[in-house]
Design a protein around this ligand. Sequence first.
Ligand code: G6P
Length: 616
Amino acid sequence: MCGIIACTSTQEVRPLLLNGLRHLEYRGYDSAGLAVLTTSGHLEVHKKIGRVDSLAAHLPSSPPPAHLGISHTRWATHGEPSDSNAHPHLDQSGLLALVHNGTIENHADLKSQLLAAGHHFLSETDTEVLAHLVGQHYDASSASGPDRLTDSLRLALASVKGTFALAVIHRDLPDIIVGTRRGSPLVLGLGRNQHLLASDAAALLPHTRKVIFLNDLDITTISPDNFSIASLGPHTASWHISDLDLAPDAASRGHFPHFMLKEIHEQPLAISRSLHRRLDHDNASAHLDQLGLSPASLHHIDRVRIIGCGSALYAGMTGARMIESTAFLPADTEIAGEFRSLNRPLGNHSLVITVSQSGETADSLAALREARRKGALTLALTNHPSSSLAREADATLELLAGPEIGVAATKSFVSQLSAFALLALALGRLRHLPHHSGLELIHALEQLPSQIDSILAQSHSIAAIAARFASSHGMLFLGRGLLFPIALEGALKMKEISYIHAAGFAASELKHGVIALIDPHTPSVCLCPDDSLLSKNIGTIHEIKARRGPVIAITSNPNPEIDSLADAVIRIPATLDLLQPILHTIPLQLLAYHTALALGRDIDKPRNLAKSVTVD
Ligand code: G6P
């Protein structure tokens, strides 16, 4: 999704901006652009459909120096991907340039008013409307210097409905960038002789570790040696400087050909990190004191509702099943976008858990706000403790997965599952889960990293299976109970990066319609753990084979019946039922990865997808 990087410096900024845009590429985009103010006072704008490299190739080879600039990667919402729709956009005077993440809901009304006032537009975007609106107030203002720009933003944004993170420059203000946000993230980076604004802290890493995560309605004015933060709202702005705790190579692929593969291989470490100092052997429970929720408040919960989008939703569905089976607490899941539309009733003792890798997904944030408005206790499960979600929820359980750059969620997903296992353990021990069962779960959790390693060692044989079935026109994923949501996630991974039509189903639903899809060209991936449902899962395989459907079975202990029926078998280590979802996820990720590789897909930047969907 759209990304912003802007910088005011005592040095040349073009290479910094291009490099910053490359750090934002993983979010998903279709065009890129930048506007710089040259030291001779010329506002230079370049925009190009396609990759940041196309933009770089389009820049003049020996340009005049520029120490101030704003840049952007665009993921089309209003208007198709094109050079003219790419950001930055200029106002009517052509002297003010603006980049924007978010959506302006009343752009059509605002545009009509501006058209009536004689404005001309060059794009189909809501952002150009915003640029013209700010420019209109700038031209009418009697203030001077930076105040003129902040005042015009303040006035323009008062009539804007929607979400924004934006950075604005004006030709007459050679050192100054003004940035502000409402509903979309914006981070201020404090560098040496330079200040930066970015929509994603990872883009600031090469330049500084000192950052300020701006709050909604903060408006900041930056120059190379100074910054100020005020509020667009009635309150005084409050901020603090954070140290970015990211490894310098956090955003590099290392020796892996793709971020996705690197992140799949980082899962043993991610799980170890998420368990570290959270397992309470003495009490056979999990230390969740860092949540800041007292045992008393957790004890009063009589219902858990879990909300998320995409992979986070499927982690939540698995989490709900884990909590119900371990803590005997009613738990269910809701698509975040549906939760905010449906006006769901919430009881007095509901815990609402919002799951989001980024902590910035627009639907998830809106759902959290709705749950808070209704008085529910809220918990954020996120990889980003400084995200909007974490800051607005009553409590946060940090995933500790490390930065995830690949668009398709992998290590964040298994970290969400392990976080839910910890939560289920803690909630279970607050209720009826016996001490010995708690200890059994702790021991099984501790074995996960080495068990995942043993699945990763099968990457080559999974690649061979993927190559056999990569030309399929569709794939089905079937699981029961705790593994039904994992079937959904397996199908999501497959379609996200291979573009093969894939669908996940509860295996019990096979007979109720899905069976019509079975044919020799449609493989079914069957999740068959060695549990009480094994005979039912073998029955499902029989039904598929009877209709000449190919079967890829994922199972734990050797089973002669499965071995003789299935076209391919992937064997994974045995574990407790509760943790089967974690181990079954790994071969599904590898299957999707190797299928996409065999088809020559752009694995880290799949078409049309965005890593973090920060707009409605
Ligand atoms: C997008 C991504 C998905 C991700 C979902 C939720 O749709 O393409 O991979 O699962 O957003 O993201 P979140 O950051 O809220 O977990």
